[in-house]
Design a protein around this ligand. Structure first.
Ligand SMILES: [Zn+2]
Ligand SMILES: [Zn+2]
Length: 426
């Protein structure tokens, strides 16, 4: 991610992004093997661990009410060029009384050495050495070929992020072809044959689990923002106007500037406005509001800089303020490596995990017919969908950030979670 916008750019120009965005991609059918794989990214359902026995249900609890907490997301994210499988698990307490309480959102990480990756890393290293040797020999033989076009093979290992795994962070190396896939799929992954275990009823779970698919974050330049919208009837000018009106409605004057940017950044991602999760190991999360204590801790000085901002074109860049202290985010207790930002859940995820789909049987909660659903329940559901419900049932977070071990040490470990609670546009 570029540290700041170029000078003179308008406030609506956005930085380059290294984030991968994840979108829900349909339910995983009952008894499908993907429901019991830790190498699949999903939302809802039960987590699968690269462990011979799963963590106890009594350990995966809300630190506020001590009730077992359902999985929000399992994210399979082996680091580029690494030697481990790595899966993150984020859980949250759905109880109304636990919203805004410390410890009601928790995350764990499982990392396990994957011999295929180890072999791949070694193979890459050997191939690179062989190629370097070959080039060196060639240069010795014929000094005049220096600077000529290099064989295609050497480009594989060139710098600049174009490496073998560069384009497909979530894919297992065994399935990652040398040609970059335009849209990496979380669901098409090779599964390790090593032992695994899946959490099971009566632990609560949102049913059915749903696949996540990923795409790179592409932020169109301002003039292109509306060209690719679904509605081709409108001219770009009309669309831009509509968009401005929509934001005007969403953000009456005086609304929190960071929240406005948070929403814009998400909705303007090309083809990924429906993102529920952002993955960017070692990157910078999107700050959610100037008033939250989390933003003030992760981005010291940013809220003040936003308040002091005079010209609209003068947006302070969050990445230059991003300095989480080690007292806020302690290092990994297993290996003492620092924890770095890894993933962020955004509130649209809540729409995909409605309280009505929570079940302790492992199956979809019985569908309530129109007659079975009382008028009161129906109203409540409508109010919830309209975002009008204050308090009561349902999650109220606005942004969840997870910081994970940079060293990717082997084992199963709780990771650091920061929560920004829902902001209301009162
Ligand atoms: Zn709770
Ligand atoms: Zn560690």
């Amino acid at each position: 991610m570029s540290p700041s916008s170029p000078a003179g750019s308008s406030s609506s120009s956005l930085p380059d992004s290294s984030a991968l965005l994840a979108l829900p991609d349909g339910p995983i059918s009952a008894n499908h093997a993907d429901r019991t794989s830790y190498a699949i990214s999903l939302i809802g359902g039960y987590p699968t661990f690269p462990l011979s026995t799963p963590p106890l249900s009594s350990d995966l609890v809300c630190a506020s009410c001590s009730a077992p907490i359902p999985l929000l997301a399992q994210v399979y994210c082996p680091p580029e060029g690494g030697e481990n499988d790595r899966t993150l698990y984020v859980f949250a307490c759905p109880n109304g009384g636990c919203q805004r309480k410390e410890g009601s959102v928790r995350a764990w990480r499982a990392s396990r050495r994957n011999d295929e990756y180890v072999a791949d890393v070694e193979k890459m290293r050997a191939e690179k050495e062989a190629e370097e040797k070959r080039l060196a020999d060639e240069r010795r033989k014929n000094p005049f070929t220096m600077g000529a076009a290099q064989p295609a093979g050497s480009a594989l290992f060139g710098g600049g992020g174009g490496g073998l795994f560069g384009a497909n962070l979530f894919a297992a190396p065994a399935s990652a072809p040398a040609q970059a896939q335009p849209v990496p799929e979380l669901s098409n992954l090779s599964i390790s044959s090593a032992s695994t275990s899946t959490l099971s009823p009566p632990h609560p779970a949102y049913q059915p689990p749903q696949y996540l698919s990923t795409t790179d974050e592409y932020l169109p330049p301002p003039e292109e923002v509306d060209l690719d919208s679904d509605d081709d009837e409108q001219s770009p000018e009309e669309k831009a106007e509509w968009r401005d009106e929509r934001f005007e409605q969403l953000f009456p004057s005086g609304v929190d500037p960071l929240f406005e940017r948070f929403v814009k950044r998400i909705s303007e991602a090309d083809g990924a406005g429906g993102q529920v999760l952002r993955y960017d190991l070692g990157g910078v999360p999107l700050p959610y509001s100037t008033t939250s204590s989390l933003t003030q801790s992760l981005f010291p000085g940013l809220p003040a800089a936003c308040r002091a901002q005079k010209a609209e074109d003068d947006d302070p860049s969050p990445s230059t303020f991003f300095k989480p202290s080690s007292s806020l985010v302690p290092p990994c207790p297993r290996c003492a490596a620092p924890r770095v930002f890894e993933l962020q859940l955004v509130p649209s995820l809540i729409n995909h995990l409605s309280p009505e789909t929570l079940s302790t049987t492992g199956e979809k909660a019985p569908k309530k017919g129109k007659s079975a659903q009382s008028e009161e329940e129906r109203k409540k559901e409508l109010a919830r969908l309209a975002g009008e419900e204050a308090g009561g049932e349902g999650m109220e977070w606005g942004s969840i950030v997870v910081f994970g071990c940079k060293g990717d040490c082997e084992g199963f470990e709780e990771e650091w979670v920061g929560v920004e609670w829902e902001t209301t546009l009162a």
